[in-house]
Design a protein around this ligand. Structure first.
Ligand code: KIV
Ligand code: ZN
Length: 517
């Protein structure tokens, strides 16, 4: 039996991750990511900030209903209305947590909150007590702990624990710390706060100086037993500590860390891909663990060494983090049962038989074009099927693109808009540009294209292209996805998907904006 203590993994991809510019997710996308996180055995999923907007509230509510094994958490400023709204959104959770926070640094208290330290302390205690009326599982964070005075911080944490906080979180909100300093800070807090042993200590580090993971691990060495992190390190500004790096550091260096996580690491790569595809945040190829080159050996000496004995140059196994591990192949002769069984192993279930039929039909169409269908193809296919089931206003009916050396590319397109077929055509500087212009010749949406990214879902020239498009309409942002073996069709689908979403996204409050009681 292991003698190691448990390190709780608190994922905030759906909340702090969504605070990355443009990384907005719909309710259904959040549910899909939450299910993937649950499959990965994440302990706590921070699903959103329910007071922010009706959309955020609905998303937290939907995640709370969909997830059974992980704790689902909602963020709330230390305000009654935030806490009540979070509690309401979490009502159907099997295990729900309210995460409330107050800023404790002199600069935040004076300039943002315009409150005296004693008022902040009082407000924090009141917030924790109010949250405890709804659930025993309450977390308190001292925002900007990195720049807070240590004596005041000790008093706030002591009071929050006394008021009923079961988890206390020490954030480096602005990514200012360095590992030795962060170790010292967390260690001092745990030593000096008299009731420190009555709560789990947590850390939440931002990556402004590229040290979020290093700082989080230093906190673990100082006694923190929860780390707040995100898939692919997504998050506000330079992002948060990356979940995959924390988990694999603790696992690979078990000689150094006295803790272990409960994470199923084989789910890391599929989840990373899902988040990247939904948010449009492409993973850099040399990103640790989940980058396309993370396990690729280019130099002859390295290749030779790895072939002779893998551990000469590899400290982790690619299959342990999900590279190729789940790639069971289906093909054109696979039947419905095999299809359904593989989807179910991937955690994808259809509520209605028609939706399964729709997905199976798309699978057969794809199998005609592509010999081997991998798990990644199935994930993309389900995205497509759920889009179809979502009864989108605008659908692609037909696309023809002419592109030839020395000629201006030209696209002709037919869309179904509210059930009525409409034709458009346009020229462009390239075939993708012509396609988007042809769509706009019909839709006239007034949207600006902010991002266009293409990724091959699997290897080989018959691989499907997975396209993400980000559109902005007067500050409302929507990410659209599309996949197809024809990259222009995938691009058109992604653009149309974003158009369908942009009309339903609404403005929201930022959690770290002060709001008086
Ligand atoms: O960075 C931060 O301080 C936060 C808090 C709300 C925990 O995200
Ligand atoms: Zn944060």
């Amino acid at each position: 039996m292991s003698t190691k203590q448990k390190l709780y993994i608190f994922d905030t991809t759906l909340r702090d991750g969504e605070q990355s510019p443009g990384a907005s997710m719909t309710r259904d996308e959040k549910v899909r990511i939450a299910r993937a996180l649950e499959r990965m055995k994440v302990d706590i999923i921070e699903a959103g900030f329910p007071i922010a907007s009706p959309g955020d509230f609905e998303a937290v509510r939907a995640v709370a209903s969909a997830v059974r094994d992980s704790t689902v958490c909602g963020l709330a400023r230390a305000l009654d209305r935030d806490i009540d709204r979070a509690a309401e959104a979490l009502k159907s959770a099997q295990r729900g947590r309210i995460h409330t926070f107050s800023a404790t640094s002199p600069i935040h208290m004076a300039k943002k909150l315009k409150m005296q330290p004693e008022q902040v302390l009082e407000q924090a205690v009141h917030a924790v007590k109010r949250a405890r009326q709804y659930t025993d599982d309450v977390e308190f964070s001292a925002e900007d702990a990195v720049r807070s005075e240590i004596d005041f911080l000790c008093r706030v944490f002591e009071a929050a624990i006394k008021a009923g906080a079961r988890t206390v979180n020490v954030p480096d909100t602005v990514g200012y710390s360095i590992p030795s300093m962060w170790y010292e800070r967390v260690h001092t807090l745990i030593e000096r706060v008299p009731n420190a042993d009555q709560a789990i200590w947590s850390t939440h580090c931002h990556n402004d100086l590229g040290m979020a993971v290093a700082n989080s691990l230093a906190a673990v060495q100082a006694g923190a037993r929860q780390v707040e992190c995100t898939i692919n390190g997504l998050g506000e500004r330079a992002g948060n500590a990356s979940l995959e790096e924390i988990v694999m550091a603790v696992r690979t260096r078990r000689d150094v860390f006295d803790v272990e996580t409960g994470i199923d690491t084989t789910q890391i790569v599929p989840t990373s891909r899902l988040v990247s595809n939904i948010t449009g945040y492409v993973v850099q190829p040399n990103k640790a663990i989940v980058g396309a080159n993370a396990f690729a050996h280019e130099s002859g000496i390295h290749q030779d060494g790895v072939l002779k004995h893998r551990e000469t140059y590899e400290i982790m196994r690619a299959e342990d983090v999900g590279w190729h591990a789940n790639r069971m192949v289906l093909g054109k002769h696979s039947g419905r049962n095999a299809f359904r069984a593989r989807l179910s192993e991937l955690g994808i279930e259809f509520k209605r038989e028609e939706d399964l039929n729709e997905a199976f039909m798309r699978f057969k169409e794809l199998a005609d074009k592509k010999h081997d269908i991998y798990d990644e193809d199935l994930q993309a296919l389900v995205t497509e099927a759920s889009l179809a089931a979502a009864h989108e206003r605008v659908k692609l009916v037909f696309l023809k693109v002419h592109s030839e050396t020395g000629e201006t590319p030209r696209a002709e397109i037919t869309l179904s808009v509210d059930g009525e077929e409409r034709d458009g055509q346009a020229e462009g500087s390239g075939p993708v540009d012509a396609t988007f212009r042809a769509i706009e010749s019909i839709m006239n949406s007034g949207c600006n294209l902010q991002l266009f990214s293409v990724n091959a879902i699997t290897t080989g020239t018959d691989a499907q292209g997975e396209v993400t498009v980000r559109l902005d309409k007067g500050g409302r942002i929507a990410n659209g996805q599309g996949a197809d073996t024809d990259i222009l069709v995938a691009s058109a689908k992604a653009y149309i998907n974003a158009l369908n979403k942009v009309s339903v996204t609404a403005g929201r409050t930022h959690p770290q904006v002060a709001d008086h009681i």
